[in-house]
Ligand binder design. Structure first.
Ligand code: HEM
Length: 499
């Protein structure tokens, strides 16, 4: 019996070795394929990648290999041979994706949970259409003017409740602010039972995004898929009701598609209105199907849900550790509060966005936080970028964190220094600053996110002083605070500070 087992093990090792040699030869045969080490058969360099991810310096995995092989190198992590780029110029070409050479490549558990039509996985014209529709809406001044009041209400409601709390876990509290806004932006759900149900099931759903891709009853992925079914049903109902409401003017009339669109665009309140109102391009009118819209609304919650609260939390953390920056931020925001109180006018979205130091604090937070540390793509054909060949079928990771924490791009990169942005001006995105990605898939929620963070910081620093307990940032598998950032707050005496 033992010798049979021994044979099996030997055979498995042989197969693994053959596969590994084949993979190695396949890439080494091609000229220009970046240098690197594929590590051990099957596991590659995954263990080292994960241990660096858990350390306080996750970028050390990349830095070590960059010093050995150059800014673009190959490795084998999380079950895939992959080329990692730490070069801003190469990343730019990957993100621009002229010629549609690259498609998104996510881990198996994520693709299982995302529907086949999710914007995060679709490519070509359909992705461009949905991206343009959603981005155009979220960037529009009309939308920003309307959502500003909703964000203010949500921020104030939450901050008011801090007065009676002994210890505040910032990471938990800010999620309450941003989730309400996210579902309002996507489908205008107001606080209440529906929102609570959605929040509960959504939390269950996203727990499975990074897990073992095993779909058996009881497993994490299985539970998340069940939650997704429930969410889909609920969102589909909302989509159908809205569709019926939009079509009402047609009842008994002869209205055609143009009339429906005209009605829809004059009353575009949320992303759902935008997608339902779209009838297609060119001669062939092709409205987006209700299932497609439902899936997309649902999956747009994924990039929006964790990211903004994480940015808010890390801003509080970095400011707690840098009293001079907090002092300058408070002064700038107190000045705005004073002006508003004298003129007795409401805040407009551009009041918040035009505070230069506050915008610099947000840029610096996003640079250091690296909430999305890079994007994964797969090459559909051999492609050469700046002398590096990415072979067809290979994954490539455009590493944003490596660029953001590189001394060549930022002097003293580990120092929280909002003043550094004064020299470059208010940068939203460039080759060396890509917290929101870039090119074809540049985050459509970019301006909304910055607005939310600005409003939160304004009301926080003009309402409270705080003391943060010791805590540390964790980078793997996602960025968060180890202890959810506990703080104690003391209300500001506004009458004193406004004078
Ligand atoms: C600080 C907050 C945020 C950060 C750092 C962030 C970051 C990113 C990044 C890096 C990408 C590019 C992914 C890729 O190229 O594969 C992306 C895409 C996307 N983001 Fe955001 N995001 C944030 C907030 C939001 C919000 C609030 C929303 C929704 C309202 C949103 C919706 C999306 C969508 C729909 C995409 C996919 C675009 C496409 O593939 O065409 N994001 N985001």
């Amino acid at each position: 019996m033992e010798w049979v087992m021994g044979c099996w093990v030997l055979m498995a090792i042989l197969i693994a070795w053959c596969w590994y040699r084949k993979e190695k030869n396949r890439t080494e045969e091609k000229d220009g394929v970046p240098k690197g080490n594929l590590g051990w058969p099957f596991i590659g360099e995954t263990l080292n990648f994960i241990s660096c991810g858990y350390s306080s310096k996750p970028v050390s995995f990349m830095e070590k290999r960059r010093s050995l092989y150059g800014k673009v190198f190959k490795t084998h992590i999380l079950g895939t041979p992959i080329i990692i780029s730490t070069d801003p110029g190469v990343n730019k070409v990957i993100l621009q994706n002229h010629g549609n050479t690259f498609i998104p490549a996510y881990p198996k558990s994520i693709t299982e949970l995302m529907g086949e039509f999710s914007i995060l996985q679709t490519n070509g014209n359909l992705q461009k259409r949905v991206h343009a529709l959603v981005g155009g809406f979220l960037r529009s001044p009309q939308f920003k003017a309307r959502i500003t009041k909703d964000i203010e209400d949500s921020v104030k409601l939450n901050l008011d409740s801090w007065r009676d709390m002994h210890l505040i876990h910032v990471q938990e509290e800010v999620k309450k602010i941003t989730f309400v806004i996210l579902v309002k932006v996507l489908m205008s759900i107001e606080p209440g039972d529906d929102l609570d149900y959605l929040k509960r099931e959504f939390e269950e759903f996203i727990k499975g995004l990074i897990c073992l891709p095993i779909k058996l009853p009881g497993t994490r992925l299985y539970k998340s898929l069940k939650a997704r079914d429930k969410l889909f049903k609920m969102v589909k109902k909302i989509v159908e009701e809205r569709k019926r409401a939009m079509e009402k003017p047609r009842e008994g009339g002869e209205d055609d598609d143009e009339d429906i669109i005209a009605t829809a665009t004059t009353t575009t309140n949320d992303v759902l209105d935008v997608l339902l109102g779209h009838v297609g391009d060119g001669n062939e009118k092709q409205p987006l199907s209700l299932d497609f819209i439902t899936g997309n609304i649902l999956e747009m919650m994924i990039p929006g849900e964790e990211t903004v609260p994480t940015a808010m939390t890390l801003a509080v953390k970095f400011l707690s550790d840098c009293p001079v920056a907090l002092q300058r931020l408070t002064e700038e925001n107190m000045e705005l509060k004073k002006q508003k109180s004298i003129s007795c006018t409401d805040y407009a979205w551009n009041d918040y966005m035009s505070l230069p130091f506050t915008q610099n604090v947000i840029s610096e937070t996003l640079r250091m936080a690296n909430i999305i540390n890079g994007v994964w793509r797969k090459a559909l054909k051999d492609v050469e970028i700046k002398g590096n060949v990415i072979p067809q079928g290979w994954c490539v990771l455009a590493s944003f964190i490596s660029v953001h924490m590189d001394e060549e791009n930022y002097e003293n990169p580990y120092k929280f220094d909002p003043w550094r942005w004064q020299k470059t001006g208010a940068v939203v995105n460039n080759n060396c600053f890509t917290p929101f990605g870039g090119g074809q898939r540049l985050c459509p929620g970019l301006e909304l996110s910055r607005l939310e963070i600005s409003i939160f910081l304004h009301h926080l620093v003009t309402s409270y002083r705080w003391v943060a307990e010791k805590d540390e940032v964790i980078h793997f598998p996602t960025v968060k605070m180890k202890r959810k950032l506990p703080i104690t707050v003391t209300p500001f005496n506004n009458s004193v500070s406004l004078n």
